[in-house]
Design a binder for this molecule. Structure first.
Ligand SMILES: Nc1ncnc2c1ncn2[C@@H]1O[C@H](COP(=O)(O)OP(=O)(O)OP(=O)(O)O)[C@@H](O)[C@H]1O
Length: 256
């Protein structure tokens, strides 16, 4: 049986009087690539931030590898969870290599081990170490900076990596290129569990081994991309798929 890596049991989240997530339950197995898809304000980021302890649930329980999150040391936990966001916040006065090495320093790795890992990771995200290691963030394009963000999140070889709209600010072609990269990286790193928030339906269906469709803090459907396309579970999911179909119809007209 596959191992339950991340489990939400009747999780609720309130901000003041606002009940943003009423009752959320799901199980993610080790090695899955989960995309979380939903409209703005549906609770995607809130869900992700509860996984790495940046936000606490108001009720219910979250377990990581079967252990309640509330009993885990959050500093330790975050070192085992990579986190990639849209504004990755590279340190401007540090080189790319130094930026990637930040976590390695926290873990007191020696110089040789650290520079070896930095080289490995730059290669993994397709940035030539000889060319990029000594550059500063301002000397990189937005897409290249996101690649560095991915490399930085992977330094300590974490079993989990969380992505919050990492490619949201990139142009369509760069975004597509990075989607291919991230899929390849997930496939090449055995057994890593990825959770990836997006509001782009094509991105969610392309990347996810399963897609969690959220609306108003609830799961509308949590299934494989093929199941979602073939059998949308609710009117909301149907409507969401309709937005893709609209484009296809447009292309169909072009072919006539
Ligand atoms: N710190 C906070 N304090 C108060 N309300 C918050 C806070 N963070 C989020 N919310 C509210 O919770 C709801 C869900 O927000 P969340 O950021 O999780 O949505 P999202 O699906 O990630 O949206 P988006 O795609 O726009 O980023 C929103 O109504 C938001 O206003």
């Amino acid at each position: 049986m596959t191992k339950a890596a991340i489990q939400f049991k009747h999780v609720q989240k309130r901000f003041g009087d606002d009940l943003v997530i009423p009752d959320l339950s799901f199980t993610i197995s080790q090695g899955e690539f989960i995309t979380i898809l939903g409209t703005s304000g549906s609770g995607k980021t809130t869900t992700l931030k509860m996984v790495n302890g940046l936000l606490q649930p108001s009720a219910g329980e979250i377990t990581i590898d079967g252990r309640p999150l509330s009993e885990l040391d959050l500093v330790q936990l975050r070192r085992h969870m990579g986190y990639v966001v849209q504004q990755i916040g590279l340190f401007p006065h540090m080189t790319i290599a130094q930026n990637i090495a930040v976590v390695a320093q926290l873990l007191h790795w020696n110089k040789e081990q650290t520079s070896q890992r930095v080289r490995e990771l730059l290669q993994l995200v397709q940035l030539n170490p000889r060319e990029y290691a000594t550059r500063y963030p301002s000397q990189l394009s937005g897409g290249q900076q996101q690649r560095v963000g991915v490399a930085r999140a992977l330094v300590a070889n974490p079993p989990y990596v969380l992505f919050d709209e990492p490619f949201g600010a990139l142009d369509a072609l760069t975004r597509e290129e990075l989607q291919h990269e991230i899929k390849r990286i997930h496939e090449s790193l055995a057994d890593k569990t990825f959770m990836f928030v997006t509001h782009d339906i094509n991105e969610a269906l392309y990347l996810g081994s399963r897609v969690m469709v959220m609306h108003e803090g609830r799961i509308e459907q949590f299934a494989t991309p093929a199941e979602i396309v073939r059998q949308p579970a609710t009117p909301f999911v149907k409507k969401l798929l309709g937005t893709v179909r609209q484009n296809q119809e447009l292309w169909g007209q072009q072919d006539d």
